[in-house]
Design a protein around this ligand. Structure first.
Ligand SMILES: Cc1ncc(C[n+]2csc(CCOP(=O)(O)OP(=O)(O)O)c2C)c(N)n1
Length: 1125
């Protein structure tokens, strides 16, 4: 028997290496000497180590005792009965070698009882440092602590090193995780002194790398920052390393230490570090295999039936289907009622079949090349959306699953999904995102390559954009089309972009289904608990080429040599389960046969289909909205004078007194001006817009306005959100307080993104037809960074996917000498994307012509010149029996232009949207008109002024086209008829290759051809073609302006020049006189105040009033009376 002898000299001989603190083991190979100093003994007694044998075996664990007397007592006890002490002490005293097994049955060997009765483990731990360091020497103070004896330094150092190693695994373990089923990016692994192979390399352990492998049997107290011990607080180093390896360098790479919240990192740790964290019952394992069978079976079936058809198979990342199933099942049981999925091509058909349960026959029907029974141009099968409501059999709860239709442009669906999810949360009153779950599935190359990913992630925590967490799943097949990650990204992981929002990222080997499902569980729970984004990176491979017709060996020969040798995950996992005895070979075969039969039956069923409907693939059906509705019936948009007055009054008032809201003086001035306008029953741009929003929310229509700086308005005209001048975050928005039962008005400054935010708002607008969702560009041209959303969703979404949206885009537009940018909202691009035929004159005699024209076009393009027209245009968005995107080119200088005002009459019940605004001045004497000028937007006001200056009010008619698209043929015809003999001009300030010219010209021609005996054609007046939207040179700008104005009105006559000079001089004189008068008044006031100050100084000081409160000093107390002399 090995013996522990305690000597009076306090020399403890430990005859063999055991699980004691490292410092006890360092000095000798087999027999180590340790001097227990007085200090240590004192320490041990202060920490209440039992002097007599403890009552329970647990409390007698050898790891609990650290003083000689205590050990001696234990030894005596053990001698009498070896079973009366903890097995660890038994092993120690008897000298039995201790196994380091990490199996569950051995766990108790390393368990340490609590040091002191303490409810919280962390608390009891926190006592330890105090014991070891500060309480050991009562004379030391926190401020001037004496260094502990050298021997303790080593002890402390060793523990700190182990702690650092643990932290290294937590932080960088994922770098050495076994993530790649292809074994291309494989951890190198090192064999350490105990013969174990470990993955953690120097890149993980850094300076501690060499240390680890010296002394593996030493036992260490686990720091509170790890949970690998479970209920054990001490573990031998070997066991610590084994556990860390298994957790952090196995099939899962847990990337979470970038998260700054301790609460979250602790939570994640618990889900991965705790012993048995990954634990699946046989039933659960079988379910995973069943789902894998479906996933792989579906692709195999399609491959069998359609050998050369593109389907963008999932093979190699088949586990994505069981992962999604797990997320949805688990979320449903946690209360989620609606799941919104955004994804690209890869595995999409599989998702539709096995996640959404779209009848497989319908999916197969898509391969048969059937004719569509409804209108639209359709889309390829791997872009179509879906909306299903079905019972989740596992949870017995109904769940709605939406797959949002998407374009080929990878990742651009992300913000659309987020916006749609957000809107659905709003509709359900789901303020925490507990009922609606967005899931976005990404490709590895696109996730790191596309900027929209970053922009969308950045919305995740913004109060008005958050979806309270999105689950991101990356089907990482380690190749993007033909490009290796080495050449497609600079970051280590394709998921690094998600680190910016502190998302935890779980990289997982796709060939380890249980690890994958565990990540799905943790991600679901994380999102449900913290309402934050989370990422699962399924590292797999792509069994075939990019699509099934592609030859991958052209470009990835070595990778595909490996892939050819790999068994599918389904096979690997079935073999594992058969080996474990969870299923039999027969079970497995039955599973495969069962799903194959489902597919074969569906195949037979699909042959019976003769047509299919685009609308059966719609992602936002709005069934209730369309039911029983006459789509061509338009509701009136005008409102009563009382309504205008009420809204005008509130909108022009500061917050009510009870709010004690300190308003900026400038804002008060603006409000006063607004008030004056309301009193004179006039509306400027801001009022017109407020009337639209106010009346919409009054009617129960939710209004949302989003974009950069929209709360104030880029040009400072709006001021919907007032800011308290001395209290942070205190805001007031009067449009939110118009009526007690009004709908919500939500105005929100967005992040500095166009693409993601516009996509988001488009998604938002898809959720509910009874809302007006507006995105405003800071300047119109910035919308070109959102071109993909405009082209592939807004312009063509309805045609491709039968889905409507009433999104409004407000794009500040007009040339005002501000340079190439900030001038143009690129109206020409929107018009070019409009899908009306320029050569077809529509049936203008149809009584529903106006509504039909709107219904049939892909979007409405307006360039409005009056506040009233803005009001009607916005209200018309929900007055139509269908929904259409409205692209409005908004003014900048017109926001305050004295002529760009509308009388309240133009808003009343008898008023409506004006598609064109005829010239009221010339209409009475049309025969005098020699030039009929058509124009749109701000240039009208330029022309209006120039016409006056040129004194051509009677000879030039100015007709504004407010709704450019669809082209108002009926009204244009009237103008052509009215001014029969006038020369026709189209005048625009934009360059000839820009603006509306290329859109209106062929349509004017079509209209003119329609007229009998018409010989005229329309001429262009404006700037010459240019690649830039505007010049950056002021002089050139003016020259260009003068040139096109001269083209319209001719050179100014001498008489007119002199008249204008006189007017200018008179104005200048008036202004000078006003300034002089102002200065004189100022001087007089100054003199008066100086005089009164002098007078005051002369006058004797007035005695303070008796009842007046004495002035307070800085401390708030009354100053002391001056001492009497
Ligand atoms: C924005 C965009 N650029 C380029 C393409 C063309 N394209 C289609 S798939 C693909 C590779 C995508 O790779 P990855 O994201 O890894 O997905 P995978 O196809 O490998 O699943 C490319 C470049 C596209 N569809 N969208």
């Amino acid at each position: 028997m090995n013996q522990c002898r305690l000597k009076n000299t306090m020399l403890l001989r430990i005859p063999f290496r055991a699980h004691v603190p490292l410092k006890w083991l360092r000095s000798n190979n087999s027999a180590l000497q340790l001097t227990l100093t007085q200090r240590q003994l004192k320490t041990d007694s202060t920490c209440k180590a039992p002097k007599s044998p403890a009552k329970s075996k647990e409390a007698d664990s050898m790891l609990n005792g650290s003083n000689a007397i205590y050990i001696e007592g234990l030894y005596r006890k053990w001698k009498a009965n070896p079973k009366s002490v903890d097995p660890s002490w038994d092993a120690y005293f008897s000298g039995k070698p201790r196994s380091m097994s990490t199996k569950g049955s051995d766990k108790r060997k390393h368990r340490r009882p609590p040091i002191a009765p303490s409810p919280a483990r962390v608390q009891s731990r926190s006592e330890l440092p105090a014991r070891n360091i500060s309480t050991t020497n009562p004379t030391t103070s926190a401020a001037g602590a004496a260094a502990p004896p050298a021997m303790d330094w080593k002890y402390i150092d060793d523990h700190l090193t182990v702690q650092a190693i643990i932290r290294a695994y937590q932080t960088r373990g994922h770098l050495a995780a076994d993530l790649d089923p292809l074994g291309i990016v494989q951890p190198h692994g090192t064999t350490s002194v105990d013969g174990s192979k470990r993955n953690a390399t120097e890149s993980v352990l850094r300076q501690h790398y060499s240390y680890v492998f010296n002394d593996l049997n030493a036992t260490f107290k686990l720091p509170s920052s790890t949970l690998i011990g479970g209920s054990e607080q001490f573990l031998p180093l070997k066991e610590i390393l084994d556990r860390l390896e298994r957790i952090y360098c196995g099939s899962i790479g847990v990337e979470y230490m970038q998260i700054t919240s301790l609460n979250k990192t602790n939570w994640i740790r618990e889900r991965f570090e705790k012993p048995d964290a990954i634990d699946f019952s046989p039933k659960e394992k079988t379910l995973i295999l069943e789902r894998l069978t479906r996933s792989t079976g579906f692709e195999n079936f399609l491959a069998k039936k359609f050998t050369s058809e593109k389907r963008f198979g999932l093979e190699g990342c088949d586990i994505m289907i069981p992962i999604l199933k797990e997320i949805i099942d688990r979320s449903t049981s946690l209360g989620v009622e609606s799941v919104m999925i955004g994804m690209a091509h890869r595995g999409r058909l599989n998702v539709l079949a096995n996640i959404c349960r779209k009848p497989i026959a319908d999916i197969l029907g898509q391969f048969h090349g059937l004719k569509a029974a409804d209108s639209g141009s359709g889309d390829v099968k791997y872009h179509l959306g879906l909306y299903m409501e079905r019972l989740n059999r596992l949870t017995n709860k109904n769940v709605r699953i939406t797959v949002v239709a998407n374009p080929s442009h990878l990742e651009y669906v992300n913000p659309v999904v987020l916006g749609k999810a957000r809107a659905e949360m709003y509709q359900r009153g789901d303020v925490t995102g507990s009922k609606v779950l967005p899931i976005i599935i990404h490709g590895d190359a696109s996730f790191c390559g596309q900027g929209v990913v970053y922009e969308s992630l950045h919305l995740s925590d913004l109060p008005n954009y958050t979806t309270h967490g999105t689950i991101h799943v990356v089907t990482n097949n380690q190749v993007g089309f033909t490009t290796d990650p080495r050449f497609s990204r600079s970051s280590r992981y394709c998921t690094d972009v998600a680190r910016v929002v502190n998302a935890p990222i779980f990289h997982v080997n796709s060939d380890d289904p249980e690890a994958c499902i565990h990540c799905a569980r943790v991600s679901t729970d994380y999102r449900a608990k913290f309402h934050k984004d989370v990422v699962i990176d399924i590292v797999g491979y792509r069994r075939n080429g990019h699509n099934e017709a592609d030859e991958p060996m052209f470009t990835q020969p070595l990778m595909y040599q490996r892939i050819r040798k790999l068994k599918p995950c389904m096979t690997l996992y079935s073999e594992k389960l058969i080996k474990e005895g969870v299923i039999t070979v027969a079970d497995y075969k039955a599973m495969i046969a069962k799903y194959d039969k489902i597919c074969e039956d569906a195949w037979e069923e699909s042959k019976k289909l003769s047509t299919y409907k685009y609308s059966s693939w719609i992602d936002s059906p709005w069934t209730a909205f369309f039911q029983g509705r006459d789509r061509l019936k338009m509701c009136p948009t005008g409102v009563s004078l009382d309504t205008l007055k009420k809204i005008g009054e509130i909108y022009s008032s500061p917050p009510p007194k009870e709010h004690k809201f300190q308003v900026h003086k400038g804002i008060l001035r603006i409000l006063a001006l607004r008030r004056k306008l309301v009193e004179s029953k006039l509306a400027d741009w801001s009022l017109g817009e407020a009337f639209a929003f106010g009346t919409l929310v009054k009617d129960g229509v939710h209004v949302r306005l989003s974009g950069q700086d929209v709360e104030r308005g880029t040009f400072s005209h709006r001021h919907h959100v007032l800011h308290h001048q001395s209290r942070d975050k205190v805001r007031y928005n009067s449009i939110e307080h118009l009526y007690p039962d009004q709908a919500d008005y939500n105005v929100s400054n967005s992040s500095l993104s166009e693409c993601a935010v516009l996509g988001f708002e488009h998604g938002y607008s898809m959720a509910n037809p009874n809302s007006v969702v507006i995105w405003e560009g800071q300047f119109g041209d910035f919308c070109n960074t959102a071109q993909c959303i405009i082209d592939t969703f807004i312009a063509s979404g309805e045609t491709k996917w039968v889905r409507q949206s009433g999104i409004v885009m407000l794009l500040p537009h007009s040339l005002e000498g501000m340079g190439p940018e900030h001038s143009s909202g690129r109206i020409e691009r929107f018009l070019q994307l409009s899908d009306d035929d320029p050569d077809v004159f529509p049936d203008t005699c149809d009584s529903d012509f106006v509504a039909r024209q709107l219904m049939e076009i892909n979007w409405i393009v307006t360039n409005l010149s009056t506040p009233a027209n803005l009001f009607h245009a916005l209200r018309r968005q929900v007055a139509m029996g269908f929904r259409k995107p409205l692209i409005n080119f908004s003014p900048k200088s017109l926001l305050r232009h004295p002529l760009a005002r509308s009388s309240f009459r133009d808003f009343n019940e008898c008023s409506e949207f004006k598609r064109i605004i005829p010239d009221a001045k010339t209409a009475n004497k049309p025969d005098c008109v020699t030039k009929l000028v058509f124009c749109t937007g701000k240039v009208y006001y330029d022309l209006f002024k120039e016409r006056e200056d040129h004194e051509q009010d009677e000879t030039v008619a100015l007709v504004r086209i407010e709704q450019v698209c669809p082209f108002p043929y009926d009204l244009i015809m009237k103008e052509l008829e009215l001014y029969k003999s006038a020369e026709l001009l189209w005048v625009q300030e934009e360059h000839k290759n820009q603006g509306c010219w290329s859109y209106v010209q062929p349509r004017f021609d079509t209209a003119l051809i329609k007229r009998e005996n018409e010989t005229r054609c329309i001429s262009y007046v404006g700037r010459l073609p240019n690649s830039a939207p505007a010049t950056g040179n002021k002089v050139q700008f003016k020259t260009e302006y003068k040139a096109f104005i001269t083209d319209v009105f001719g050179e100014m006559t001498e008489a007119n020049k002199q008249r204008l000079e006189r007017i200018v001089k008179a104005q200048q004189a008036k202004a000078k006189a006003a300034t002089k008068a102002g200065n004189e008044a100022l001087d007089a006031a100054k003199k008066r105040s100086e005089h009164s100050l002098k007078e005051k100084a002369k006058a004797p000081k007035a005695a303070p009033k008796k009842d007046a409160a004495p002035p307070k000093g800085a401390d708030g107390k009354s100053p002391q009376e001056p001492k009497k002399k």
